[in-house]
Design a binder for this molecule. Structure first.
Ligand code: PRP
Ligand code: URA
Length: 209
């Protein structure tokens, strides 16, 4: 079964408070999402594999560890997922970035796919699918379906704010995908928005609406 991790690091919680606050403008919102994404990337990469190399310090030879070079991929769900990419790349700059474009039909709340562009060696990479919001779970499930259909085998999902409903839907659909969350909120409202949430992540990131 999928594991769910809620990051309660004080820095993440502090920054998330300002991300949620409706008084926070686009510039600060974008910078804070970037910073929280870096902090979350630090936690999510905890299980990266290492190998031993021999080096010489100015004082003596030693055996030390470096990343074993597993190929990584970051997949933002367009559009709001884009806001998390640079923050993650600060820690894993060699990762390739694919894009999956989905929007939620405002009436049905079902995701509609409009764009997919992935690295060519999908089968060899470990992927982190990113989106600030996990609401009904439809977008995350569909993005991961799309990725698996093209050969991806190792996938994690990372978001800022999740509703319990979305977590359950994602766990059920993709039991092999661990879920990393900065905050697990109370519920969804009648429009499929997370309560208390942070509003429309895409609009707040890009200053639209
Ligand atoms: C938002 C958000 C997620 C999705 C979450 O995107 O960024 O992708 O809704 O909702 P769900 O879990 O119910 O599917 P939206 O469809 O508003 O598109 P946008 O990123 O282009 O604004
Ligand atoms: N998408 C958002 O941007 N916010 C929500 O609360 C739910 C879906």
């Amino acid at each position: 079964m999928a594991k769910v991790f809620v990051f309660d690091h004080p820095l993440i919680q502090h920054k998330l408070t300002y991300i949620r606050d409706k008084a926070t403008g686009t510039k600060d919102f974008r910078e804070l999402v970037d910073e929280v994404s870096t902090l979350m990337a630090f936690e999510i990469t905890r299980d990266m594999s290492l190998e031993e190399v021999e080096i010489e310090t100015p004082v003596s030879p030693m055996k030390s560890k470096v990343l074993s070079g597993k190929k990584m991929g970051i997949i933002p769900i367009l559009r709001a997922g884009i806001g998390m990419v640079d923050g993650i790349l600060k820690l894993i700059p060699a990762a390739k970035v694919g894009h999956i474009g989905l929007y939620r039909d405002p009436k049905t709340l079902k995701p509609v796919e409009y764009y997919v562009k992935l690295p060519s060696d999908v089968e060899e990479r470990d992927f982190i699918v990113v989106d600030p919001m996990l609401a009904t779970g439809g977008s995350a499930v569909e993005a991961i379906n799309s990725l698996k259909k093209r050969g991806a085998k190792h996938i994690k999902f990372m978001c800022l704010v999740a509703a319990p409903e979305g977590v359950e839907v994602l766990k059920e659909a993709h039991p092999d995908v661990d879920i990393f969350i900065a905050a697990l909120d109370e519920k969804l409202n009648d429009h499929g928005y997370i309560v208390p949430g942070l509003g429309d992540a895409g609009d707040r990131l890009f200053g639209t609406k």
